[in-house]
Design a protein around this ligand. Structure first.
Ligand code: AHR
Length: 319
């Protein structure tokens, strides 16, 4: 054996670890759609992360429909991909297709939302504690209004999605024992800016032109931004006449905070793919199984947190 052959053989053996292994892997990503700025950033960052790690990413946009996600997963299984990332639009109805992936021995990682299936049907879930997010938003409001009477309207996320369910629960947890704060209206705006605007218009109309509303809790920033437009058009001052707290920390909400139009947001990082690919690379390298839940932070930002600096820090991240 020549020195050159020996070197190549040794190098090939050493390279049989995460980095090289990842370079040969194909990962299917079933994304919900592009309902919000946050989701656009998650898609951008997932593509970037895959490229940086040499992972071949097969992307499928479900346009908000669960049946499209199920079809995409079946197609990934048929192709024999090495892993599947799934951001599930709703929490129920995944058992059969997850069983099909499990039978094909393809690990599935959930991104940002949860499912009600048995835990052994997926490898891990990357995301925040969605109930806690709602609690952080509610705690902020409780602190802000003190003993004042406060009638709250709520813009819910997509019906049946885990963030809509859990963020509603968390917010109510925080309000327990604070009878001066009451949720008077609650309706889905489907996590979209247009949905937020439309539903807020109907809230304003039903609540004395907005005079009877003290605060808005929106399950995401995009709906809050749509609602801000509606409040402005109704001749009120968002952020003053109606307090606004929401979730995601997208650049536009920081701009709104800097303008005095929004009051608080709870950050959800759009970089779910980083921890997911870390887990997969460890698994491919030596079979290490990740924890069942890889939790991201839920940081509260208010107008006193230099919103323009936060805007600048995020504006080029694909939101
Ligand atoms: O699942 C995360 C939620 O989905 C984000 O808060 C929202 O913006 C998105 O549509």
């Amino acid at each position: 054996m020549t020195m050159k052959t020996l070197f190549l053989t040794t190098a090939t053996l050493i390279a049989g670890t995460a980095g090289m292994a990842a370079a040969q892997q194909t990962v299917g990503f079933s994304q919900i759609g592009s309902e919000s700025g946050w989701r656009a950033a998650e898609t951008t960052l997932t593509r970037q992360q895959a490229e940086e790690r040499g992972i071949n990413l097969q992307f499928s946009d479900a346009q908000q429909r669960q049946e499209n996600q199920i079809a995409a997963i079946r197609s990934f299984v048929a192709q024999g991909v090495d892993a599947i990332l799934l951001a599930p639009v709703v929490a129920t109805g995944w058992d059969s297709v997850l069983e099909e992936a499990a039978e094909a021995e393809i690990p599935v990682i959930l991104l940002d939302r949860r499912v009600d299936s048995a835990e052994d049907l997926y490898m891990t879930a990357v995301g925040s504690d969605l109930v806690h997010e709602g609690e952080v938003a509610g705690d902020w409001l409780v602190g802000e209004v003190g003993d004042e009477e406060c009638r709250v309207v709520e813009l819910e996320g997509t019906t049946g999605s885990s963030p809509a369910i859990d963020r509603a629960t968390g917010f109510r947890n925080a309000l327990e024992g604070h009878d001066n704060i009451e949720i008077v209206r609650s309706q889905t705006g489907d996590f979209t800016r247009s949905g937020g605007k439309e539903v807020m218009e109907s809230f304003l109309q039903a609540e004395g032109g907005g005079q009877d509303i003290c605060a808005l809790y929106a399950h995401n920033d995009d709906m809050a931004l749509g609602a801000i437009q509606a409040i402005n058009e109704a001749g009120l001052n968002p952020g003053e006449d109606i307090l606004i707290v929401s979730i995601d920390a997208v650049p536009d909400i920081f701009q709104a905070m800097a303008d005095g139009d929004a009051n608080a947001t709870v950050e959800l990082t759009p970089n779910m793919a980083g921890p997911a690919f870390d887990a997969l690379e460890a698994y491919w390298a030596d079979g290490t199984e990740p924890e069942k839940f890889i939790q991201t932070d839920s940081t509260l930002y208010t107008q006193s947190d230099d919103p323009m600096a936060e805007y600048e820090a995020r504006k080029d991240l694909g939101y």
